[in-house]
Write a protein that binds this ligand. Structure first.
Ligand code: CP3
Length: 356
């Protein structure tokens, strides 16, 4: 089969014959074959075996027919290299054994050593670069989202300790953002050098901030990350996570190509808030996948109709897939997105020519 570059073309706002689709957290837990592998190995153990991590990355590409692969890894993986000791605990998520609480804790963080500590991630990317016939998306966690785990020590609802540091110790906070920003830049550059074809910066929890605080405490580092990587021709995605609609107008100067939207803001409203500067990706509420197929398809059709009015649209969920999602429904949804959007784009092109 020839290489499918629709995801790259849509990211660059180029013409596509059908809408590309991939799903955040598509490697995974809804798949009985993955759950079998997880009975034997933890997430970190899988990541340390490049052949197996590559296989887990490939599974959803084969089974769902998506237009991009996302590296099997976790946003926490690189922090092992800067001196953070963590585990991914079942039914909880990342748990940090030495949370960051003080200036001295931030001081102790080392620069990332990708080749020395994360060679397994680089090797997984190299294997996938040989095996895939769709683009490989690699990713990093954004500094606020990573900091929220490092400071809280585990997933949090209100980010009390994180915000305490931000508001009470702004110098320490900015130093932490600087160090995590450096980590992300070095890590993502290494992904691209190994064969990554695009990358996404996951800022899953930054929607917890007011726009003015986002601007003051987080955005300068996000802008620096995309500035420093702007020499790379690969598409760059910023996902500002859940409840981030109010932050979208702040993103105008970002040197990213694509912004991920959650479902609280419609595609046209998201584009308007972003001043039509970026391709957009989103934004089906993943819980809609619990509904009958006819309902799922009607929501997907509405999103596609909104998406294809402008160049630069990638179908995705507004947040990650959950373990209860069904493999069969996801495969059916992917096929529906392809056939429905192909017809809709054809009809649109015909309309455009007959209007001339
Ligand atoms: O998208 C993919 O399929 C690729 C793999 C991937 C994982 N984590 C593997 C994983 C990606 C892209 C991530 C990103 C990630 N990790 C984010 C950003 C995306 C988002 O959901 O907002 C965040 C916040 C994390 C941190 C994290 N890791 C949490 C909160 C959890 C537990 C909650 C959960 O969803 O299970 C994890 C564990 C984790 N990371 C699992 C997987 C497949 C589940 C546990 C497992 O299978 O061992």
């Amino acid at each position: 089969m020839s290489y499918n570059d629709r995801f790259i073309r849509a990211s660059m706002k180029e013409h596509v014959d059908r809408v590309p689709v991939w799903y955040m957290r598509q490697a995974g837990r809804y798949d009985p074959e993955y759950r079998k592998i997880k009975e034997k190995y933890s997430l970190l153990e899988i990541c340390k075996q490049p052949e197996l991590a590559a296989e887990v990355t490939l599974m959803p590409v084969r089974k769902l027919g998506v237009d991009a692969a996302i590296l099997y890894s976790d946003i926490m993986n690189p922090v092992a290299s800067i001196g953070i000791d963590f585990d991914i605990v079942a039914n909880i998520g990342p748990v940090i054994h030495n949370p960051i609480r003080s200036a001295a804790d931030v001081e102790r963080l080392k620069p990332i050593d990708v080749e020395g500590d994360l060679g397994h991630v680089i090797e997984t990317i190299r294997i996938l670069d040989r095996e895939l016939d769709v683009p490989l998306i690699t990713f990093a966690g954004a500094p606020f989202t990573i900091a929220s785990y490092l400071i809280e020590g585990r997933p949090s609802k209100n980010y009390l300790s994180t915000k305490e540091m931000m508001y009470s110790e702004p110098k320490v906070w900015h130093e932490l953002m600087r160090k995590l920003g450096d980590m992300v830049i070095t890590y993502l550059r290494a992904h691209v050098a190994a064969g990554g074809k695009a990358f996404q910066l996951f800022d899953s929890w930054v929607g917890a901030l007011a726009p003015a605080d986002f601007k003051r405490f987080v955005l300068p580092t996000i802008e620096r990350i995309f500035d420093e990587l702007s020499d790379l021709p690969q598409p760059k995605i910023y996902f500002p996570g859940v409840s981030s609609g109010e932050l979208l107008p702040e993103l105008h100067n970002l040197k990213a190509n694509v912004i991920g939207l959650d479902w609280r803001v419609s595609i046209p409203e998201g584009r308007r808030r972003l001043d039509h500067k970026f391709a957009v990706q989103g934004n089906l509420d993943p819980t809609i996948l619990t509904a009958p197929m006819s309902v799922i398809e009607s929501y997907a059709a509405e999103i596609i109709d909104q998406g294809i009015t402008d160049p630069g649209f990638i179908f995705n969920l507004g947040h990650g897939l959950f373990p209860e999602a069904s493999l069969e429904k996801l495969a059916e949804l992917t096929a529906f997105i392809h056939t429905y959007s192909e017809k809709a784009i054809k009809a649109q092109n015909k309309g455009a020519t007959s209007n001339v």
